[in-house]
Unconditional design. Sequence first.
Lengths: 101, 221
Amino acid sequence: MEPQLSWYLALSAVLFTIGVAGVIIKRNVIAMFMCIELMLNAVNLTFVSFASFFQDVTGQLFVFIVMTVAAAEAAVGLGIIIAIFRNRESLDVDDASILKL
Amino acid sequence: MLALLFILFAGLAIGCALAVVAQRNPLYSAISLIGVFISLASLYVMLAAPFIAAVQVIVYAGAIMVLVIFVIMLLNVEHEDTRRTKIGFLLPAALVLAAVLIAEVAFILVSVDKASFPTSAASSIGSTASIGSQLFTSYLLPFEITSILLLMAIVGAMTLARRTKELSPNTRVIPGAQLLALNIVDPSKTLDDATAVETDTTEEAARLLGVNSSRDPSKRD
Protein backbone atom coordinates (compact mmCIF):
# COMPACT_ATOMS: atom_id res chain seq x y z
CA MET A 1 0.00 0.00 0.00
CA GLU A 2 1.45 3.29 -1.10
CA PRO A 3 1.33 6.38 1.11
CA GLN A 4 -1.56 8.63 0.21
CA LEU A 5 -1.65 12.41 0.07
CA SER A 6 -4.01 12.47 3.04
CA TRP A 7 -1.46 10.72 5.23
CA TYR A 8 1.01 13.51 4.73
CA LEU A 9 -1.67 16.15 5.32
CA ALA A 10 -2.73 14.46 8.55
CA LEU A 11 0.88 14.27 9.72
CA SER A 12 1.29 17.95 8.93
CA ALA A 13 -1.85 18.84 10.89
CA VAL A 14 -0.65 16.83 13.88
CA LEU A 15 2.78 18.48 13.85
CA PHE A 16 1.25 21.93 13.51
CA THR A 17 -1.09 21.29 16.41
CA ILE A 18 1.77 20.08 18.60
CA GLY A 19 3.60 23.30 17.72
CA VAL A 20 0.58 25.45 18.63
CA ALA A 21 0.18 23.59 21.92
CA GLY A 22 3.85 24.11 22.66
CA VAL A 23 3.64 27.86 22.07
CA ILE A 24 0.65 28.00 24.42
CA ILE A 25 2.11 25.74 27.11
CA LYS A 26 5.76 26.68 27.25
CA ARG A 27 7.06 29.66 29.24
CA ASN A 28 10.68 29.60 28.19
CA VAL A 29 11.01 31.93 25.22
CA ILE A 30 13.59 29.70 23.50
CA ALA A 31 11.25 26.72 23.77
CA MET A 32 8.44 28.82 22.28
CA PHE A 33 10.79 29.77 19.47
CA MET A 34 11.48 26.11 18.74
CA CYS A 35 7.75 25.36 18.67
CA ILE A 36 7.32 28.10 16.06
CA GLU A 37 9.99 26.36 13.99
CA LEU A 38 7.98 23.15 14.36
CA MET A 39 4.88 24.86 12.94
CA LEU A 40 6.88 26.22 9.99
CA ASN A 41 8.09 22.69 9.26
CA ALA A 42 4.55 21.33 9.34
CA VAL A 43 3.56 23.89 6.71
CA ASN A 44 6.62 22.98 4.66
CA LEU A 45 5.53 19.35 4.67
CA THR A 46 2.15 20.39 3.25
CA PHE A 47 3.84 22.40 0.51
CA VAL A 48 6.12 19.53 -0.50
CA SER A 49 3.23 17.05 -0.43
CA PHE A 50 1.13 19.13 -2.80
CA ALA A 51 4.13 19.84 -5.02
CA SER A 52 4.66 16.13 -5.39
CA PHE A 53 0.95 15.48 -5.83
CA PHE A 54 0.41 18.05 -8.58
CA GLN A 55 3.86 17.48 -10.11
CA ASP A 56 4.54 21.20 -9.81
CA VAL A 57 7.81 22.65 -8.58
CA THR A 58 6.20 25.85 -7.23
CA GLY A 59 5.46 24.35 -3.85
CA GLN A 60 9.09 23.46 -3.35
CA LEU A 61 10.08 27.03 -4.20
CA PHE A 62 7.72 28.21 -1.48
CA VAL A 63 9.46 25.86 0.93
CA PHE A 64 12.77 27.38 -0.10
CA ILE A 65 11.50 30.87 0.71
CA VAL A 66 9.93 29.73 3.99
CA MET A 67 13.30 28.33 5.03
CA THR A 68 14.94 31.67 4.25
CA VAL A 69 12.35 33.49 6.33
CA ALA A 70 12.94 31.00 9.15
CA ALA A 71 16.67 31.67 9.02
CA ALA A 72 16.10 35.42 9.18
CA GLU A 73 13.62 34.91 12.01
CA ALA A 74 16.18 32.83 13.91
CA ALA A 75 18.82 35.54 13.62
CA VAL A 76 16.55 38.40 14.68
CA GLY A 77 14.57 36.38 17.24
CA LEU A 78 17.64 35.10 19.04
CA GLY A 79 19.02 38.64 19.08
CA ILE A 80 15.82 39.79 20.75
CA ILE A 81 16.03 36.89 23.22
CA ILE A 82 19.58 37.87 24.17
CA ALA A 83 18.52 41.51 24.59
CA ILE A 84 15.63 40.45 26.86
CA PHE A 85 17.93 38.22 28.90
CA ARG A 86 20.42 41.06 29.32
CA ASN A 87 17.77 43.35 30.75
CA ARG A 88 15.65 40.89 32.71
CA GLU A 89 18.08 38.12 33.71
CA SER A 90 15.29 35.70 32.84
CA LEU A 91 13.89 33.87 29.84
CA ASP A 92 10.38 33.54 31.24
CA VAL A 93 7.89 35.26 28.98
CA ASP A 94 5.83 36.34 31.98
CA ASP A 95 8.79 38.42 33.16
CA ALA A 96 8.76 40.32 29.88
CA SER A 97 5.06 41.14 29.83
CA ILE A 98 5.42 44.91 29.82
CA LEU A 99 6.41 46.31 26.46
CA LYS A 100 9.45 48.08 27.79
CA LEU A 101 12.99 46.86 28.16
CA MET B 1 7.29 -0.87 1.75
CA LEU B 2 6.85 2.89 1.30
CA ALA B 3 3.94 2.78 3.71
CA LEU B 4 6.17 1.18 6.32
CA LEU B 5 8.79 3.86 5.79
CA PHE B 6 6.14 6.56 6.08
CA ILE B 7 4.84 5.08 9.34
CA LEU B 8 8.41 4.88 10.67
CA PHE B 9 9.35 8.46 9.87
CA ALA B 10 5.94 9.92 10.75
CA GLY B 11 6.03 8.17 14.10
CA LEU B 12 9.55 9.44 14.68
CA ALA B 13 8.49 12.98 13.77
CA ILE B 14 5.44 12.95 16.03
CA GLY B 15 7.36 11.39 18.91
CA CYS B 16 10.17 13.92 18.65
CA ALA B 17 7.65 16.76 18.35
CA LEU B 18 5.91 15.60 21.52
CA ALA B 19 9.31 15.43 23.22
CA VAL B 20 10.00 19.03 22.15
CA VAL B 21 6.91 20.15 24.04
CA ALA B 22 7.27 17.75 26.97
CA GLN B 23 10.91 18.34 27.86
CA ARG B 24 11.62 20.93 30.53
CA ASN B 25 15.25 21.40 29.62
CA PRO B 26 15.47 23.56 26.46
CA LEU B 27 18.59 21.71 25.34
CA TYR B 28 16.71 18.40 25.21
CA SER B 29 13.90 20.15 23.32
CA ALA B 30 16.45 21.36 20.76
CA ILE B 31 17.88 17.87 20.28
CA SER B 32 14.35 16.48 19.81
CA LEU B 33 13.62 19.20 17.29
CA ILE B 34 16.65 18.09 15.29
CA GLY B 35 15.05 14.63 15.25
CA VAL B 36 11.88 16.14 13.80
CA PHE B 37 13.89 17.88 11.09
CA ILE B 38 15.77 14.74 10.13
CA SER B 39 12.62 12.64 9.87
CA LEU B 40 10.90 15.36 7.85
CA ALA B 41 13.91 15.39 5.50
CA SER B 42 13.45 11.64 5.05
CA LEU B 43 9.79 12.23 4.19
CA TYR B 44 10.85 14.85 1.62
CA VAL B 45 13.06 12.25 -0.02
CA MET B 46 10.04 9.94 -0.19
CA LEU B 47 8.08 12.79 -1.79
CA ALA B 48 10.67 13.11 -4.59
CA ALA B 49 12.14 16.36 -3.28
CA PRO B 50 15.83 15.59 -2.71
CA PHE B 51 16.94 19.22 -2.94
CA ILE B 52 14.51 20.35 -0.26
CA ALA B 53 15.58 17.41 1.90
CA ALA B 54 19.24 18.41 1.63
CA VAL B 55 18.44 22.05 2.38
CA GLN B 56 16.32 20.93 5.32
CA VAL B 57 19.24 19.07 6.84
CA ILE B 58 21.82 21.75 6.05
CA VAL B 59 19.86 24.90 6.91
CA TYR B 60 17.42 23.75 9.58
CA ALA B 61 19.22 20.95 11.39
CA GLY B 62 22.57 22.56 10.70
CA ALA B 63 22.53 26.33 10.79
CA ILE B 64 19.37 27.28 12.66
CA MET B 65 19.56 24.64 15.38
CA VAL B 66 23.27 25.29 15.93
CA LEU B 67 22.35 28.94 16.46
CA VAL B 68 19.59 27.98 18.93
CA ILE B 69 21.84 25.59 20.86
CA PHE B 70 24.58 28.20 20.91
CA VAL B 71 22.19 30.71 22.48
CA ILE B 72 21.00 28.10 25.01
CA MET B 73 24.59 27.39 26.01
CA LEU B 74 25.46 31.09 26.06
CA LEU B 75 22.59 32.08 28.31
CA ASN B 76 23.02 29.01 30.56
CA VAL B 77 19.31 28.37 30.71
CA GLU B 78 18.21 26.46 33.76
CA HIS B 79 15.23 24.16 33.84
CA GLU B 80 11.85 25.65 33.31
CA ASP B 81 10.06 26.20 36.59
CA THR B 82 6.87 24.32 37.19
CA ARG B 83 4.52 27.01 38.39
CA ARG B 84 1.30 26.98 36.47
CA THR B 85 -1.37 29.56 35.96
CA LYS B 86 -4.96 28.69 36.63
CA ILE B 87 -6.14 27.31 33.32
CA GLY B 88 -8.56 24.73 34.69
CA PHE B 89 -11.59 26.27 33.09
CA LEU B 90 -9.86 26.08 29.69
CA LEU B 91 -9.45 22.31 29.88
CA PRO B 92 -12.98 21.42 28.62
CA ALA B 93 -12.62 23.88 25.75
CA ALA B 94 -9.25 22.35 24.85
CA LEU B 95 -10.72 18.85 24.89
CA VAL B 96 -13.60 19.91 22.62
CA LEU B 97 -11.24 21.59 20.16
CA ALA B 98 -8.94 18.55 20.17
CA ALA B 99 -11.95 16.31 19.40
CA VAL B 100 -12.88 18.61 16.51
CA LEU B 101 -9.35 18.41 15.15
CA ILE B 102 -9.23 14.62 15.43
CA ALA B 103 -12.59 14.40 13.63
CA GLU B 104 -11.26 16.69 10.93
CA VAL B 105 -8.14 14.59 10.41
CA ALA B 106 -10.22 11.40 10.37
CA PHE B 107 -12.51 12.95 7.77
CA ILE B 108 -9.49 13.79 5.60
CA LEU B 109 -8.12 10.28 5.97
CA VAL B 110 -11.42 8.67 5.03
CA SER B 111 -12.70 10.94 2.27
CA VAL B 112 -9.52 11.87 0.40
CA ASP B 113 -8.17 8.34 0.63
CA LYS B 114 -8.30 7.78 -3.12
CA ALA B 115 -5.87 10.60 -3.88
CA SER B 116 -2.63 8.75 -4.42
CA PHE B 117 0.49 10.28 -5.82
CA PRO B 118 1.16 10.15 -9.55
CA THR B 119 3.71 7.45 -10.08
CA SER B 120 5.13 8.37 -13.47
CA ALA B 121 7.96 10.85 -14.03
CA ALA B 122 8.42 11.68 -10.41
CA SER B 123 12.12 12.18 -10.81
CA SER B 124 12.61 15.56 -12.50
CA ILE B 125 10.27 17.68 -10.38
CA GLY B 126 12.28 18.03 -7.22
CA SER B 127 15.71 18.07 -8.78
CA THR B 128 18.12 20.92 -8.21
CA ALA B 129 18.12 21.81 -11.91
CA SER B 130 14.36 22.30 -12.15
CA ILE B 131 14.21 24.27 -8.90
CA GLY B 132 17.09 26.46 -10.00
CA SER B 133 15.67 27.15 -13.44
CA GLN B 134 12.31 28.13 -11.96
CA LEU B 135 13.91 30.18 -9.20
CA PHE B 136 15.97 32.31 -11.58
CA THR B 137 13.32 32.78 -14.26
CA SER B 138 9.69 32.77 -13.12
CA TYR B 139 10.32 33.48 -9.47
CA LEU B 140 13.20 35.92 -9.75
CA LEU B 141 11.39 38.71 -7.88
CA PRO B 142 10.67 36.64 -4.73
CA PHE B 143 14.28 35.48 -4.84
CA GLU B 144 15.55 39.07 -4.84
CA ILE B 145 13.11 40.05 -2.09
CA THR B 146 14.50 37.16 -0.08
CA SER B 147 17.99 38.59 -0.41
CA ILE B 148 16.74 41.96 0.88
CA LEU B 149 15.07 40.15 3.78
CA LEU B 150 18.32 38.43 4.69
CA LEU B 151 20.17 41.75 4.56
CA MET B 152 17.60 43.30 6.87
CA ALA B 153 17.95 40.33 9.24
CA ILE B 154 21.73 40.80 9.37
CA VAL B 155 21.42 44.52 10.11
CA GLY B 156 18.65 43.93 12.65
CA ALA B 157 20.57 41.23 14.50
CA MET B 158 23.65 43.46 14.70
CA THR B 159 21.57 46.37 15.98
CA LEU B 160 19.91 44.22 18.62
CA ALA B 161 23.09 42.55 19.81
CA ARG B 162 25.08 45.77 20.14
CA ARG B 163 25.30 47.23 23.62
CA THR B 164 24.05 50.77 23.78
CA LYS B 165 26.56 53.24 25.11
CA GLU B 166 25.21 54.30 28.48
CA LEU B 167 28.28 55.68 30.23
CA SER B 168 30.44 58.65 29.43
CA PRO B 169 34.01 57.81 28.46
CA ASN B 170 35.46 59.13 31.72
CA THR B 171 33.20 57.10 33.98
CA ARG B 172 34.87 54.43 36.03
CA VAL B 173 32.82 51.49 37.16
CA ILE B 174 33.31 50.34 40.73
CA PRO B 175 32.15 46.71 41.01
CA GLY B 176 29.57 46.10 43.65
CA ALA B 177 28.89 49.75 44.28
CA GLN B 178 26.25 52.13 43.08
CA LEU B 179 27.27 53.99 39.98
CA LEU B 180 26.23 57.62 39.74
CA ALA B 181 27.39 60.39 37.50
CA LEU B 182 28.78 63.34 39.38
CA ASN B 183 26.20 65.76 38.07
CA ILE B 184 23.46 63.62 39.56
CA VAL B 185 24.98 64.02 43.02
CA ASP B 186 25.63 67.70 42.48
CA PRO B 187 23.90 69.27 39.46
CA SER B 188 26.35 72.14 39.35
CA LYS B 189 29.22 69.84 38.45
CA THR B 190 29.91 68.70 34.92
CA LEU B 191 30.82 65.25 33.70
CA ASP B 192 34.42 66.23 33.07
CA ASP B 193 35.40 65.58 36.64
CA ALA B 194 35.35 61.79 36.87
CA THR B 195 36.89 61.05 40.22
CA ALA B 196 36.00 57.54 41.37
CA VAL B 197 35.17 56.84 44.96
CA GLU B 198 34.11 53.58 46.55
CA THR B 199 31.01 54.05 48.62
CA ASP B 200 27.74 52.33 49.27
CA THR B 201 25.41 55.32 49.39
CA THR B 202 24.93 58.49 47.46
CA GLU B 203 25.39 60.66 50.54
CA GLU B 204 28.69 59.07 51.38
CA ALA B 205 29.85 59.62 47.83
CA ALA B 206 28.81 63.25 48.03
CA ARG B 207 30.71 63.69 51.28
CA LEU B 208 33.85 62.07 49.94
CA LEU B 209 33.72 64.12 46.76
CA GLY B 210 33.17 67.32 48.66
CA VAL B 211 29.95 68.27 46.91
CA ASN B 212 26.55 69.08 48.26
CA SER B 213 24.10 66.26 47.79
CA SER B 214 20.85 67.50 46.35
CA ARG B 215 18.91 64.88 48.24
CA ASP B 216 17.74 65.46 51.75
CA PRO B 217 18.74 62.37 53.75
CA SER B 218 15.75 62.74 56.07
CA LYS B 219 13.27 62.44 53.20
CA ARG B 220 14.56 59.16 51.85
CA ASP B 221 12.03 56.45 51.50
